[in-house]
Design a protein around this ligand. Structure first.
Ligand SMILES: [Zn+2]
Length: 441
């Protein structure tokens, strides 16, 4: 017998390891925060003796979900400028509000609100792009969640920095102080080719190579973004990034809604990742990314919620269902994006996009024990002949009972362990009282 810290036993375990779809009456042995073994309960009990055991006899255990594109602190702007197209929403509402209100306190309170919501929905890791990334990293470590922190770069002055020199200097400082923490990794986050000049992007390329980190950006989100770029520079944004050496396995491009066949093939050959954000794209009427074609071309497609101001929630269970349903309607093929594929998009593909798949994204020995437990015994999830289908097509955030990050419980029997939820909600209401409503619809 070997000893371990914890054994989690569940009615079903979905390892998302590319080999076993589902283990009935499965269990995971955890030691030192990492997964020691994944197998049937009988096999685990025969080999492992645990200091603690948790039984969830009507639940499905999955890898923690990875929200591969978000702006966590924007949770405070939830519902503030609804039913507007992206250019109006961004230029006339969001950017002016950010200039007026965003401070380190705003980012801390907003990130805590977002983390409370995400942990309740089974999300163990998020890929962030926002101002004051140092404050985001501190909030993540405090909540014992996992995140990839975006080292944001924009060409115009904001509350975070005045000019490209300032952004780049601060990016390296944030990297130096946080990137070695086991819960934190970093990516360069030039906002988009429309908000960052070619000259600044060239400097980002050099710095990202020096730090050996990935690059996270918005790309081809709207038709107008692509048309304006072509009108101004006689080149599509994707082509510009390719020419500048960005299109490779270290690139994580959010959206990629308006892309042509050549771009899909080039994306597939390059090893880059695309973050599909179907609900944000639908709400801002940006369009629908050709996900089925991207997957067929071999692109690593992950899932993201985008910020709560354009969604309006941070639910990866919601994105999984929307992605699956949308792909079927879009391709005219009901077999497109089955439940198993969207679960991969929400877990291991997100880890791959962030370059952390050796450490998380699936339930395999050696990885951190980042896990979500979803109870499937309620009226809307019963009967349950196929738990993966039930997860994607019927379950919701309220069904997530427990979440562990690196083997530590952060949601336990539907109670947040590391976040004072009442305090976080009170602070969020205080902030909202200062904004007023921006809705014109
Ligand atoms: Zn975004």
């Amino acid at each position: 017998m070997q000893t371990c810290d914890l054994i989690l036993a569940a009615r079903w375990v979905a390892p998302v390891d590319g080999r076993q779809r589902l283990i009935e009456n499965g269990a995971v042995a955890i030691d030192g925060g990492r997964i020691a073994a994944v197998d049937s309960q009988a096999a685990i009990s025969a080999q492992w003796e645990a200091r603690k055991r948790v039984d969830r006899p009507s639940a499905l255990l999955t890898p923690g979900f990875i929200n591969a594109h978000t702006h966590a602190a924007m949770a405070l702007f939830r519902g503030i400028a609804d039913d507007l197209p992206l250019d109006t929403w961004l230029n006339q509402h969001i950017w002016p509000l950010e200039a007026q209100h965003v401070t380190p306190d705003f980012v801390r309170d907003g990130t805590r609100l977002a983390m409370a919501e995400m942990l309740r929905g089974g999300i163990t890791c998020f890929n962030d792009m926002y101002f004051f990334p140092d404050v985001v990293a501190e909030a993540v470590i405090e909540a014992r969640m996992r995140a990839s922190i975006g080292l944001i770069v924009i060409d115009f002055p904001t509350v975070w920095a005045d000019d490209p020199d300032g952004y780049l200097k601060k990016a390296v400082a944030v990297y130096d102080s946080h990137a070695r923490h086991p819960l934190v990794s970093c990516q360069f986050a030039p906002h988009s080719p429309y908000a960052v000049s070619e000259e600044t992007l060239a400097r980002v390329r050099v710095q990202a190579d020096q730090l050996d980190i990935g690059v996270h950006t918005h790309l081809h989100e709207t038709a107008a973004e692509v048309a304006n770029h072509v009108a101004d520079r006689d080149e599509r944004p994707f082509s510009q990034l390719d020419r500048q050496g960005f299109v490779n396995q270290t690139l994580l491009a959010a959206h990629m809604v308006h892309i042509d066949e050549d771009e899909i093939a080039r994306a597939g050959a390059s090893g880059m990742s695309v973050v599909h954000c179907p609900e944000s794209n639908l709400k801002l009427a940006s369009g629908m990314a050709p996900v089925t074609a991207l997957v067929e071309a071999g692109v690593n497609v992950a899932l993201g919620t985008d910020g709560a101001a354009s969604n309006n929630d941070l639910s990866l269970l919601g994105e999984m269902r929307t992605a699956a349903l949308l792909a079927k309607a879009q391709s005219g093929n009901a077999r497109s994006l089955p439940a198993e594929t969207v679960l991969e998009m929400a877990t291991i593909n997100g880890a791959r996009a962030l370059g952390i798949d050796a450490d998380t994204g699936s339930l395999e020995a050696g990885k951190w024990a980042d896990m979500a437990c979803i109870e499937l015994d309620r009226p809307h999830t019963t009967p349950c002949p196929d738990p993966l289908s039930t997860l994607v097509y019927a379950a919701g955030n309220g069904d997530v009972s427990d979440v562990w990050v690196a083997g530590r419980a952060v949601l336990e029997q539907r109670k947040l362990v590391t976040i004072d939820e009442d305090a976080v909600l009170a602070r969020a209401r205080d902030w909202a009282a200062r904004f007023g409503t921006q809705n014109t619809a």
